[in-house]
Write a protein that binds this ligand. Sequence first.
Ligand code: M7G
Length: 336
Amino acid sequence: MAEFGAKREPGDGEEKDFSPKVKKPKAEAKCGNGGGKEEESGEEEQRQNVLSEFETCAVLSESARDKTIFVHGKISGQEAVVILEKTPIQKEALSELFSESRLKLQMKNDIYRTYQLLAPPQLNEIKATVVCPATQKHIQKYQRQESFLLQETPDDYQSITLPHLQEQSFSLQWVYNILEKKAEVDRIVFEDPDPNTGFILLPDFKWNQQQVDDLYLIAISHQRGIKSLRDLKSEHLPLLRNILHKGTESISERYSVPSSKLRVYLHYQPSYFHLHVHFTRLGFDAPGCGVERAHLLQDVIQNLQTDPLHYSTRTLYCPLRADDALLQKFREAGRL
Ligand code: M7G
């Protein structure tokens, strides 16, 4: 099947201590086209501060609860999106945090006191994700927006969704870079190289790998051309079972998180139309893990065992943001 996505689009917190086996991620932020030189330029990237040139255009969204801010701006004249997120406090760092920080008393009342704790810089990290050059679609993706639940019949998929995807979807270059070992090579947790049933398992770029409470990995299928849940048929069962079994096994070995603590699922619709599976820790309220978008891999497997054409013949529901061009196409077709 054509890899249409390859083109640029137009527009329960208990248990084990986290094992230090985890490799530290290299600089994830990179301004460029993802052409394949990422690993080489990684060190230089770490020396430079690409954000020193960042000119802010607008705050796309922010959350005091999640301690995140999504900012649209420009880097060297190129459109960019920067995501800043305060990282969780690690229990291993508590003693250093208590002994090495400065405390400024803010208020005192009876047995109650609040302080401003000024932590040493290494314990006060902010995770920064940079998308540059960013497309209009990236800017929209990160903008706070109202969502609508789309009801997509198999006919709608063929006549509205599929043509839209072929014409407008996020580039899959980052996915191919991973599969072709041009990027994130040192982050691979597990690989099964089989071209049909194989996959690469690695940390999702939303996870800083410092603690398992918010564990988030993705398995990317080596087989190309499976765009999403919609394309899945019984012939893909060996691939899906392999991802489930070897993926959960590898996570259990590497991070000491058993399969009974993992939420393994696919998004419908995904942002990136190349088959991939999300592995997040049960208890972590991962973005996109709600019932309107996440399909448990175990359920997907059972559904395909019962009906080989389940996902090509069912009405599927998914949330779409108000400014999504696909939503507009459904409206124009009188389907919303
Ligand atoms: P999705 O279901 O297609 O879309 O998931 P979503 O982003 O709307 O959830 C794609 C997953 O891939 C997300 O969890 C992203 O955080 C993750 N991801 C995206 N990019 C561009 C990268 C990347 O370059 N590297 C890694 N490791 N993960 C990425």
